[in-house]
Design a protein around this ligand. Sequence first.
Ligand code: HEM
Length: 589
Amino acid sequence: MDVTQHGPVAILQSTVNTALNHPLLSLLATLILVCVYTRIASGIRYSAAISNLSQSSTGPKTVPILPYWIPWLGHGISFVSGGTSFLTREARSLGQNGSIYALSMANSTHNVVTSPSIARQILIDRNSPITMEPFVYHTMKTFWDDHGSIKAVEPNALWNNIHGVLTGMLRESFVTTAIKGTVQRVEERTWNLVSGSESPVDQSSWERLANVEIISKGSNDDSFVAEASLFPLLRYFVGNIATDVLFGHNFIENYPDIMQDLFEMDSRFNLFLAGTPSWIPGMASASMARERIINAVLDHHDAYFKYVEGQDPGPRWSDMSDVSTVIADRAIEFRKAGSAPRGWATGNGAILWAMNINANPVIFWMVRYIYSDPTLLEEVRREVALYVRIKNATDNGLPIKEAPRLDIDIAALWTKCPLLKGAFFETMRLEAASMSYKMVEEDFVVTESEQDARMLGKNEAQSYLLRKGELICIPHGVHQSDEKYFRDPERFDPRRFWAKDVEKDNSGGEDVRVEYGTMKVWGGGKQMCKGKTFAEREVVLFAAAIVMQWDMVPVGNGGKWVHPGRKVGAGAVTPVKDVRVRLSRREAW
Ligand code: HEM
């Protein structure tokens, strides 16, 4: 048909006919048109917001939403797949306007804050009208599949009594007991991080998961050389002790594979959060692991309730006296609030998860960084030698002697070892790209500091309006890798966080202060990391013990330590490549 002869009606009719004859092609064309329209409309809106930012009018500015192609979903795919790397790229490409920008995802606005002064105002200022509650409900529903049991708990009981127990984790009473138990286990077990047993049957779970292989048996029982995959070795060694400290030794004995399930479930964190159903390929194994964790915690709590009521919880739970106060008190508060069992199982499972997803990889990275620099290794060993000693067991007169153990002064490791502490802070800067997520409860204005504005090359500080119902995402890793704040950001510098007056210090290190500065790796506000005080001691404890007890060199790469790449997840990054190392025990120093 010659449409030029028949006008607009004929054109429309012809289009409809073509669409009916080629439905798939038409659908595709419509989708492309919708995406192009979305990109143009969001681009125009973005340009208007940017030009408004550059005008010197007073009053708060609108946060520019980056342009996007796909309606409703917006930046969702890039965010889920790229995480902090994607957010960093966008922030850097915005130059002067990079202190705060917004993404559109699932039809809501997510304000991404990269300026440390705005982050501080949101996290620390108690008057900021922000909440994390919707995000917690969402995480419990999608990641933990709580069947709505957390939402069903009366809010006052949930946010005051049950959540309030977590605040106790920051108190000395919790930290002292939990750290004392951790120190004791590290003192006893570091000797057998690699036991020397060749058969997997005699090896511990972390040795089996790290594929420990004995390379040379040595001249006596203790001196051997072994190869292991360092990341699983440390992740599971730490996880085993941490779980024991949190849930008690019966739990880890009854559920020795719980850590594997936890990390399996965690490997799909972003996909769970995006609402991906468990029948989608690749999700089944993580969903089954989640169900096993929930059932394990249910079993544990069932026994614990019997134990506190003076009933017999059965032979598998013969000693529940070492369940930590945080798990015990929360279980009891959940029950008092009338929660369904799935509520306390997922709620306390989440504590186990929070305890292991950051600290364990951080310990791996810290150990790797220290060994990869022979001078640093030597300096750290010299610094901690007084506080991590080796004690031979007293002769019991039997043919099989008890293994030597460490004797660790944890208080001194934290207060008198600035190099160790500095290496910990620097490891977190590079490898713990944590994220704080909040929701705005009322419209409010945030303002960057003059100093942050200058850092971005602006003449004056700017204020931004955040609107009720919008979300705030603070990706701490974007700031932690910003060369404006951390010179030569890719370089590992264990003295970077030493306070400025260190040059005047003549004490040989003891009086050096190590400060977080603008780094807010623990988040902040009501939902700040409750494990902070514990984790600070835990990380330096494990790192110091391993560094003193073991020698290690990498296998492959010509014996050089090569960065294994970063896999982004919910917590600290994990290595992309296997880090295979050769270990031998140090028996004296
Ligand atoms: C290096 C290790 C760790 C890092 C970097 C870290 C970081 C974080 C961050 C960024 C948050 C969210 C804060 C926010 O949204 O503002 C958080 C929450 C939390 N962390 Fe940690 N964490 C670590 C270790 C631990 C450990 C060892 C425990 C347990 C003993 C723990 C328990 C928790 C809990 C319970 C929450 C939730 C707090 C709440 O909802 O009130 N964390 N952590």
